[in-house]
Design a protein around this ligand. Structure first.
Ligand code: KIV
Length: 300
């Protein structure tokens, strides 16, 4: 355990009340989580976006609870003090309140998460309330909700007209009343996000929804050039790790091919004495085998 204080829900609420922005990032494995822990990002989401970024699916729908638990466990090992949120995958909460509670409980019991997140507005308020009543902090997710991308007509900004913006504002209120500890707004116009933030008593987090929210979320792979298919407008690239890795891989292939790699510092040796003894052992064994081949009656 690093010498760092574990983030708690009161810490997040304090940030909201004092106006200190909350930092939030997606993360999917131990190595990434180790870095996120060192950088002291407040909240970490093991998003079902791992279906695209880590597993190569076209979208998030094929991701299972078992996928999410395995990745959440790895992230928890790398980031023991961050506020860890498990993203409830498709059909892990939609079918019934009981399904929702059982699967939310798995994130807590099997992966030591601090909270879970689910997508949807007023229609999911009863799922949210059921989970919250069990003592599990739950985050809402409004605006572009990738599990409903087919119904939403693609990955596009949500709430651009007054009626749809009003629906998102009403949904935010419904989720807060249902017990959400925080709400993520993905690809909602900034001034709609501002209205929701002003009215909310819980932290509102923006992903592509502007600067008025109490905190910001970015997708790890978008930040570091690690998702080759596209770079969304809302992402900022903080470093091109993808390019660094690709150049390294090309150099590795070239060096192995030209026998520049490995060098003595990259392998392990044996002392001359031990090698001489080994050769003697092998010679003796060889002698015994050839004697047995010439005289099979000596085999026993
Ligand atoms: O799965 C995920 O990473 C998410 C973000 C897009 C918010 O839900």
């Amino acid at each position: 355990m690093p010498d760092r204080k574990k983030i708690t829900l009161p810490d997040l609420m304090k940030k909201m009340h004092t106006g200190a922005p909350i930092t939030y990032i997606t993360c999917y494995d131990y190595a990434m989580a180790y870095l996120v822990e060192q950088a002291e990002v407040d909240m970490v989401l093991v998003g079902d976006s791992l279906g695209m970024t880590m597993l190569g699916y076209e979208g998030t729908l094929p991701v299972t609870m078992d996928d999410m638990i395995r990745h959440s466990q790895a992230v928890r090992r790398g980031a023991p003090t961050r506020w860890l949120i498990g993203d409830m995958p498709y059909m892990s909460y939609q079918p019934s309140g009981e399904t929702a509670i059982r699967n939310a409980g798995r994130f807590m019991a099997e992966a030591s998460c601090d909270a879970v997140k689910l997508e949807g507005g007023a229609e999911m308020a009863d799922r949210m309330a059921g989970i919250a009543k069990c003592g599990i902090p739950v985050m809402g997710h409004l605006g572009l909700t990738p599990q409903s991308v087919s119904a939403l007509g693609g990955f596009r900004v949500q709430g651009k007209d007054a009626a749809r913006a009003k629906k998102i504002i009403d949904d935010a209120r419904a989720l807060e009343e249902a017990g959400a500890f925080s709400i993520l707004l993905e690809m909602v116009p900034d001034r709609v996000c501002e209205i929701i933030t002003e009215r909310a008593g819980i932290p509102i987090i923006s992903l592509g929804s502007g600067s008025h929210a109490h905190g910001q979320l970015l997708i790890f792979h978008d930040m570091f050039g690690l998702y080759p298919r596209f770079k969304p407008k809302m992402a900022k690239v903080y470093g091109n790790a993808g390019e660094v890795i690709l150049n390294g891989l090309k150099q590795y292939v070239a060096e192995v091919t030209s026998r520049q790699f490995p060098q003595p510092e990259n392998w392990f040796g044996i002392s001359d004495d031990e090698l001489a003894e080994l050769k003697e052992l092998l010679d003796r064994e060889k002698g015994k085998h050839s004697l047995q081949n010439d005289h099979p009656e000596l085999a026993l």
